[in-house]
Design a protein around this ligand. Structure first.
Ligand code: UDP
Length: 438
């Protein structure tokens, strides 16, 4: 393929430093570099190593490394939502909006500055002002589907002005006003929603380019995706290799932000114990020092001894895509974050969903209620699952032949077709690059 040539249109990519946002934006950057754009990616020093897979495939991609702007409530050395509780999203955004001046100075000093800024949609306000100041185009990227985006915009729009934080209102307005918008979705999945979005934005420059396939590092494959695993990835994969039956292992994980409460941990542990399934449980503890723990996020005492070799607990960062890709894994009990849902689907791993917050509910509605391609096993951030029912659902998901499994396979086919040459998402990427180059 073509790599970003010196003559290619130059763009600046600005991620929001949270795994669920940054990973798909880097996967998108990979697609754009393949299509000949010249690209600079803005990151802070601690995040730079996470660009390794992208930079190893595209050595021509430049980085603009700017020190993380200090913020009174963000501990020194923390530069990533991975290390912060979810309620601190506004703080991280405020800190990162301080990029305005250093980025402006960088543009002014650059002999061949970018002609467009591609930013995560969370960074809309300051980057939209910067783009208009510089007289260049800004494109927003949302790592969700258009149903999720419309719901977020409409919900916030419905809240009376008194309750709608001003910053949030500004952020939506800036996104609606952006020159273009990219979503991690595909036309065959939700053409009506995409049309509605185009109407809301008043133009057609809305591109559905998903699912975005993960970049594989030439040496480490997917093992280092989003950072190094807290249990060496090779050990995790060796454990999976020892599971002989195909598609028999359940992966349990709730993304990068969610840690379960004590009662939820207990109910889930009991269900895993009672179900007799083989499993990998990826556990996130509440972000240290920033939140009272009260036993939240703790695996019940003796659990690992009781399940013995039948299960593996990973505390911290898990090599999620490498796990989902393994032939032994067949089921994923997920929070239904859009990236995770797509990763399960693409790897023929059947989704048992427990939506928690944000767009998870819209995703669950789409996959479970509208498409019949997944099963809902619990609902809501504060719900505690019934461990008997959950144990049954887990056991059944491995052995059973639910009609949803067949629907999930059909959906996977449609998703993959969209990414192939001539598919809707591949064509959307071509069109995006063409529009940017004119
Ligand atoms: N992820 C991972 N290891 C972890 C947790 C998450 O690799 O231990 C990745 C996961 O594969 C996905 C992203 O982080 O690509 C999480 O995005 P998602 O939209 O599913 O959920 P969020 O974390 O934003 O709630």
């Amino acid at each position: 393929w073509m790599t970003g040539s010196k003559d290619g249109t130059h763009i600046l990519v600005i991620p929001y430093q949270a795994p669920g946002h940054m990973l798909p934006l880097l996967d998108l950057t990979h697609q754009l570099a393949k299509r000949g754009l010249t690209i600079t990616v803005l990151v802070t020093p601690k995040i730079l190593p996470q660009l390794q897979p992208l930079l190893s495939v595209h050595p021509s991609i430049q980085t603009l490394v700017i020190p993380f702007p200090p913020h009174p409530t963000i501990p020194d050395g923390v530069e990533d939502m991975k290390e912060l509780p979810v309620f601190m999203v506004p703080e991280l955004l405020t800190a990162m909006s301080e990029f305005y001046n250093p980025v402006l100075r960088w543009f002014q000093a650059n002999p061949s500055p970018p002609v467009a800024i591609l930013t995560d949609f969370f960074h809309s306000t300051w980057s939209q002002s910067l783009a208009s100041h510089l007289g260049i185009r800004r494109i927003g990227f949302a790592p969700i589907n258009s149903g999720g985006l419309i719901e977020t915009w409409c919900n916030l729009g419905r809240v009376t002005e008194e309750y709608l934080p001003e910053s949030m209102a500004h952020s939506i307005v800036a996104n609606v006003r952006s020159w273009g918008f990219i979503l991690s979705s595909f036309t065959e999945l939700e053409s009506e929603n995409l049309e509605q979005l185009r109407k809301m934005m008043g133009h057609d420059r809305v591109w559905a380019v998903g699912p975005l396939l993960p970049i594989e590092h030439s040496k480490v494959g997917l093992n280092e995706r989003g950072g190094s695993s807290s249990v060496p990835a090779n050990e995790v994969l060796a454990w999976l290799d020892s599971c002989r039956a195909e598609k028999s292992v359940v992966f349990v994980g709730f993304g990068s932000q969610i840690s379960l409460t004590k009662p939820q941990m207990e109910a889930l542990a009991t269900a895993l114990e009672e179900s007799s399934v083989r499993f990998i449980w990826s556990v996130k503890s509440p972000m240290q020092g920033l939140k009272e723990t009260n036993g939240d996020g703790e695996v019940p005492e003796g659990f690992e001894d009781r399940v013995g070799g039948r299960g593996l607990v990973i505390r911290g960062w898990a090599p999620q895509v490498a796990i989902l890709k393994h032939r032994a894994v067949g089921i994923y009990l997920t929070h239904c974050g859009w990236n995770s849902a797509l990763e399960g689907l693409l790897n023929e791993v059947f989704l048992l969903v427990w939506p928690m917050q944000a767009d998870h509910f819209v995703n669950a509605k789409l996959l479970v209620d509208q498409l019949g391609a997944a099963i809902r096993v619990c609902d809501g951030m504060s719900s505690v699952p019934d461990s008997v029912k959950l144990a049954h659902a887990l056991a059944e998901s491995v052995t059973g032949n639910a009609s949803e499994k067949a629907e999930a396979l059909k959906l996977r086919e449609r998703a993959l077709n969209a990414t192939k040459e001539g598919g809707s998402s591949a064509l959307a990427l071509d069109d995006l690059v063409k529009e940017l180059s004119t």
